[in-house]
Design a protein around this ligand. Sequence first.
Ligand code: BGC
Length: 786
Amino acid sequence: MEKLKFNKSGLALSRRIAAEASVLLKNDGVLPLKKNSKIALFGRNQCDTYKGGGGAADLWAVKCQPYCDGLEKLGNVYKPLLKKYRDTCAANRDPSLGKFHHAWNYHKYSLPEVRLCDSEVELAASKCDTAVIFIGRFSIEGRDIANVQGEYKITDQEEIMLSQVTKYFKKTVLVLNIPTALDLNFLDKYNIGAIIHNFYPGHLAGFAMADVLYGRVPPCGRLPFSWAKCADDYPTNEGFSTDKIVYSEGLYMGYRYFDTFEKEVAFPFGFGLSYTNFKTETFSCNIDKTIVTIKVGVTNIGDFKGREVIQCYLSSPDGKLQKPYQALCGFEKTDWLKPQQSQELSVSFDLLDFTSFDQETASYVLEKGEYIVRIGKNSKSTTPVCAVCVGEDFVSKKVLNRFALSESITELSNTATDKENTDNLPKLTADFTEIEILDFTNPPLIKAKQKTGDYTFQDVLDGKCSPEELAACLSDEQLAQILTGDGFEKQRTLGLSLEPLVEGEGTHTHQVTELGIPSSVMQDGPNGVRATTFANPPLPPDYELSGRDCVYYPSVIAQASTWDRKLIEQMGREISVDLDKIGYNGLCAPGVNLHRNIRCGRNFEYFSEDPLLAAELAVSLINGVQKNADGSPSNRYAVLKHLACNNSEYMRVTGDSVLSERTARELYLRVFEYVLSRTNPLSIMAAYNKINGVYSAANSDLLDGVCRYEWGYTGWIMTDWDVRVSEAECLSAGCDTCMPGHYKTFEELQNGGLTRDVAEHRAANLIAHLAKTKHYFNGELKNTTA
Ligand code: BGC
């Protein structure tokens, strides 16, 4: 069997992210463990650890380290129990575990627990000082998590384990290896000293957990979502996982709901403890036109090193438009601070990022009034630090209403009118005098260029013609060929011409040999490069174990819980090492769909319920992939996905997200808008689902209207894989390539379903993309920049 050679710095980073992403939810002082603390490990999940979730985000079945292996090497683990768990798990192995989880229905959400007798637990308690209990849950693309035992709730067998362990052990730690949250109502019954949320930790779960438990890397993650007391407490729970989901909560999603309506939660958005405590002081609050800057000092006042996250929230005044209590408007994380060490942080944001959308006038507006800026440790503990006065309503952007509802919906509304007293707060005044009001009410028509000569791709690279001029040279057959992408499977079945470019699948665009137009090869995903094929039937065990040596990074939600832009950018650069190793040009990530409901099966692949946090970290990943360490373009690309409102997995390819234009624009589209205003992902993927009855991939208001015209996006847009709508409709609406496509484009061009003007325009976008990025021609990798 071939020896795997993993990128060492990537492995170290994966371990670091898994440790730093850990969120300490509770600690009665049991953690950190003393250097020689002897620990007994409970729960099958210590051996059958979920490295990540399933679906597009999964990687080849490289052997990832379970918790018990790493803890055994770096900690002081009680062996007899470990042996029992290992033996029982090996004898009852779930065939899908550790393998590539793309076998959609081939896995379980939780595994039967190993039964222990009381005497075994009692004996372990007499030999060890602390019990570490592991509970794990799986999650996968294509299926939402059900609010039942074994999924969102714990099983009877897990309850038995908790009751046995807490009966004999005084000191207990619970480790959660779960995608998002779990119903934690069992906590009242058992005496659990500390809880660590580890999400899906990727490659080196055991080493990372040893780092956290023994305090080498104290947990410094913060929840990127609100953890309600039970699934029914989320305002989005009713009607979730149906084929037509009405977003009746409107803007009151996540903490915007819990904070506005003063509902209790188990753990608020942004929550996370440390092994130490921090003192925070606000030094100054300033404004330059609309840019607000708050300077904060943080001091570690405890006994262990730690990192603090300063979170800044904005409460906008109610006017004609009702607003949620507050919205995250900025954040910064300290470096590692030793006891007594201090650091000054500066948090900045632009008020214009927090406009409201007025459907009546189809415009974005900052309504007049006082905008209160708050600093806090999480959304439930924020303190006002200043108020920004906006004298008159300021309209920043005029657009067209583009997402009409075919039926009226009633959105949740907040009738409370309490006004906060701001008398003692420093006052800043926003100044809009030099700010241009943007008008997007006259969309341009798509008109192709006249043919001006006979060009090849080399002419584009040499600056002798534009991508549009080359597109004008393509025949209908050639246009059809490059407007449809492929995976090797389809290419083989349909006998289409393309040299195998790389091993494994590598979905790609088609080359046009005669004109020298190359092909681009891309692969998922958000936690490392999925260098493999969709194997059906699953590959024989040996083959699977030989795997590919791409590093498995912690899942995206774990990346988000670091709240650390630099770390995620570094991860993007390390992922590129594997992209280059396998020979892929692009990475089909990041996904920035919001965690609208806690039970969405792909939440682990998405960052947060909050558009700003999700966008900021997606920007870091994109920059990491698309830029070299010195900031120069890497010529690789990231694919920002899934545009838009793709927030449930049930019936995901045909489901309809029904929501008001305001909710769409202020939350689910805003996350994409934030990303595009901060960086330039060279590609975007349109989602499967419908928005108010219109498929996203065939929604010209969304793609040509909002994305290209309002947001000014000039890159390459592809569909998600095998969308349920025709190629002509997708291409006419704004997609440049249908992935992997139904091969109907030629017919559609011939029968007028797709016009040449549009087809050439789309082809030009792909040609421009190919000229900026690494690509293949006749099987050879090129790294040419136009
Ligand atoms: C997923 C995408 C993914 C694509 C290719 C689709 O099913 O929704 O996120 O990039 O497959 O694997």
